[in-house]
Design a protein around this ligand. Structure first.
Ligand code: ADP
Length: 379
């Protein structure tokens, strides 16, 4: 076994029909191998196929499992049980299974990935890193929905928040970029990918975030609409006989950019706007309007911020979104520098003017590295 595998972590992100993996060194961030398998029918077979392919490329994980530090799994929902990276045992698997009620689309495939890794790489420790973990300690005022207390308690209804690994990773880099102690930094992170979420962070701790009990709340996303009047669902129930399956489909697949213009990929939406497409234009405008509302809300929650960071596919690449999301906010201490904002780079960078009281950053996220580091730190 090649020595460059020693202490590497195999990071696995199992979706309902996909497996995303990365073999990475937690200390250096060096990626030994990475890939995405789509149209997965059987997670065990798909992972076995990945290991075969890696072995053919000279990286035989199954022949020398002793080289690997851990398999790190992205698990979406940790409920109130898990808020630290957790060594996976049968009991942990059972609890993640129980939490599937809160994340029926996400926790079951993660469990399939965990089962496959435990079977195929016996003896390698498996670690679960939860998307909800970073938001665990938010104030009650932010996590509590204003509904009947007993009902909420009985069914575990509260704001959990998601994309926590990304919000934590990005926000942890900002104090260094500002050359300030972490405890003194109030910041907003805008994670804009297929899914999208915003968070308000004070001194390294999350105090609010836009996703809620599920990843449906908050910002406009690729196929999810974020905040809506809950009365819309009652109305559709009454006038159109919507079942819970219909509602699920509307909220998860027929909303957001997709629902508004038929495309969920941001690049496609942008291209259509350039061609004068009005539905795409409206979809973009709704997306930006919601983003601005959350920026305003979190500036108020924090009483002003030192930094705002954009991250993930849209946040890192779409300069127009960054400009439009923060345009005309000079009175709030926010001023984007158009030249800095136009720079394309894989590095963390400042895009605000030197006069801007709030420093605006683009900070590329790296959830795989964060999962690898948390897994290695646990062991
Ligand atoms: P995920 O949430 O699946 O991890 P990503 O963070 O990769 O998603 O973000 C995917 C989104 O980023 C897609 O909507 C894609 O169109 C958008 N995106 C990627 N590159 C660009 C780009 N150069 N300009 C605008 N949008 C982009």
């Amino acid at each position: 076994m090649s020595s460059d595998l020693r202490d590497a972590v195999f990071v696995l992100n199992a979706g309902s029909s996909s497996l995303k993996y990365q073999l990475v060194h937690p200390d250096t961030g060096v990626v030994v191998a990475a890939g995405l398998v789509e149209r997965v029918q059987n997670h065990r077979d798909a992972l076995a196929g990945v290991f075969e392919q890696l072995a053919a490329d000279g990286i035989d994980l199954r022949a020398d499992t002793g080289a690997l530090c851990a398999v790190g799994h992205r698990v979406v929902h940790g409920g109130q049980t898990f808020y630290q990276p957790t060594l996976i045992t049968d009991e942990v698997v059972a609890e993640i299974e129980r939490l599937s009620a809160l994340a029926p689309l996400h926790n079951p495939p993660a469990l399939l990935g965990i089962g496959a890794a435990r079977e195929l790489l016996p003896g390698v420790p498996n670690v679960a890193v939860f998307d909800t973990a970073f938001f665990h300690g938010m104030p009650d005022a932010a996590t509590t929905y204003a509904i009947d207390r007993d009902t909420a308690q009985q069914y575990g209804i509260r704001r959990y928040g998601f994309h926590g690994t990304s919000h934590e990773y990005v926000s942890s880099l900002v104090p260094g970029l500002l050359r300030k102690p972490a405890a003194d930094v109030d910041q907003i992170v805008l994670h804009l990918g297929n899914g999208a979420s915003a968070s308000a962070i004070r001194g390294g701790r999350a105090v609010d975030t836009s996703m809620g009990l599920t990843p449906l709340e908050g910002l406009v996303m690729g196929t999810r609409g974020g905040d809506i009047d809950p009365g819309i669902l009652l109305h559709l129930d009454r006038v159109a006989g919507y079942t819970s399956a219909d509602t699920d489909e509307l909220l998860n697949r027929r909303s957001g950019l997709k629902g508004l213009c038929g495309d969920n990929d941001f690049r496609a939406v942008t291209a259509r706007i350039e061609d004068g497409d009005e539905a795409a234009r409206l979809a973009y405008d709704v997306y930006i309007h919601r983003l601005r509302k959350y920026v305003g809300a979190y500036l108020a929650v924090l009483g002003g911020a030192d930094a705002i960071s954009f991250t993930a596919g849209v946040g890192e690449n779409a300069a127009a979104v960054r400009e439009d999301a923060l345009a005309g906010m000079q009175r709030l201490g926010i001023e984007i520098d158009p030249e800095r904002n136009a720079v394309r780079s894989g590095e963390a960078r400042i895009i605000s003017t030197d006069e801007s009281a709030v420093t605006v950053f683009v900070v590329p996220t790296n959830e795989e590295l964060a999962i690898a580091r948390q897994s290695a730190a646990l062991l």
